[in-house]
Design a protein around this ligand. Structure first.
Ligand code: PEP
Ligand code: MN
Length: 337
């Protein structure tokens, strides 16, 4: 439930409410907006049954929160959250593009890519060091060696870096290098992994599971947030449907639905959603128009030779054109790219 305070509430009234709730063994989450102050309550409400919270000084009303996710819920936090990755702000007035190869293949490839995407306007470099491939015989990633190349690319370009983690061990290793963890679609409900990254304060890009509902996705975010890490950015990357023309089906409606249900920023990954280069520009524009906070785009210096996801990767020139194409659309929706 949430306790909505009156607009003229003073700090000591807020403190009194919080102490009473916490004295009953429940957790509180204070959200101070420009208009209203909200105290979110997590735990067994029945412990407050004899408290008459409505009658405390400064309390306006009590609103039940029926959804199982609380910290990720817009009712708990009415203002949109901004997540800082290095010095890049996600969820504000900038439309953020993260780009880079599906997998880090060698030092030259990642460093060259970092320079070209930066020139085009990307603000964050992506690259996979641990690759959760469908076949165990496909390239599995360079692991820590790849992370070192990514860190070198950051040193040269200043771009913060995001890498996927797939196991508890990879979290421990990647934490030494990355500015943002990525949880891939296949691990969205790997709850032990989610809890582990929840114990760090490194921002997380949480991809939607292949067949996950929006509620399941927000509960996955809740797993991370409930451990203390509130720096979560959601990423819609297409879901499994009956359609085979594209690799997955981009659920564009997830953007306004998430904006209504949650305060967390949302990214769109049209590369994995479509699996096909020719559709990326249209869906990037659609995502921007629908209210996404940014995009993740796979870029490879030579997609024909990519060790993974070549058919959906843009060569640098196409990526540059995409950024140019998006700029006037960003301006139209009041964002800067
Ligand atoms: C990726 O971003 O490289 C990736 C594997 O994506 P997803 O988890 O969305 O399939
Ligand atoms: Mn990929």
């Amino acid at each position: 439930m949430i306790i909505v305070m009156k607009s003229n509430t003073n700090e000591s009234d807020i403190k009194d409410v919080i102490s009473l709730v916490e004295s009953r063994g429940l957790q509180t989450h204070l959200s101070t907006g420009s208009q209203i102050t909200i105290i979110g309550v997590i735990g067994d409400k029945s412990r407050l049954s004899d408290c008459n919270i409505e009658l405390l000084n400064g309390v306006d009303k009590i609103v039940p929160v029926t959804e199982s996710y609380k910290l990720a819920n817009k009712k708990f936090h009415t203002n949109s959250s901004i997540v800082k990755v290095g010095n890049v702000e996600i969820g504000g007035s900038d439309f953020i593009i993260m780009a880079g190869p599906c997998a880090i293949e060698n030092k030259k490839q990642i460093i060259e890519t970092a320079h070209t995407i930066k020139k085009s306007g990307a603000k964050i470099l992506r690259g996979g060091a641990y690759k959760p491939r469908t076949s165990p015989y496909s390239f599995q990633g360079l692991e820590e060696e790849g992370l070192k190349y990514m860190a070198k690319a950051r040193e040269e370009t200043g771009l913060p870096i995001v890498c996927e983690v797939t196991s508890l061990k990879s979290v421990e290793t990647a934490a030494k290098y990355v500015d943002m963890f990525q949880i891939g679609a296949r691990n969205m409900q790997n709850f032990y992994l989610l809890k582990e990254i929840g114990k760090t304060n490194i921002p997380v890009l949480l991809k939607r599971g292949l067949s996950a509902t929006i509620d399941e996705w927000l509960n996955a975010a809740e797993y991370i947030m409930s451990e203390g890490n509130k720096n979560v950015v959601l990423c819609e990357r297409g879901i499994r449907t009956f359609e085979t023309a594209t690799r997955n089906t981009l659920d564009i409606s997830a953007i306004p639905v998430i904006k209504q249900k949650s305060h967390l920023p949302i990214f769109v990954d049209p590369s994995h959603a479509t699996g096909k280069r020719p559709y990326i520009n249209s869906l990037s524009k659609a995502s921007l128009a629908a209210g996404a906070d940014g995009l993740m785009i796979e870029v490879h210096p030579n997609p024909a030779e990519a060790l993974s996801d070549g058919p959906q990767s843009l060569p640098p020139k196409d990526f540059d054109d995409l950024c140019d194409e998006l700029r006037p659309f960003a301006k139209l929706v009041g964002k800067t790219l």
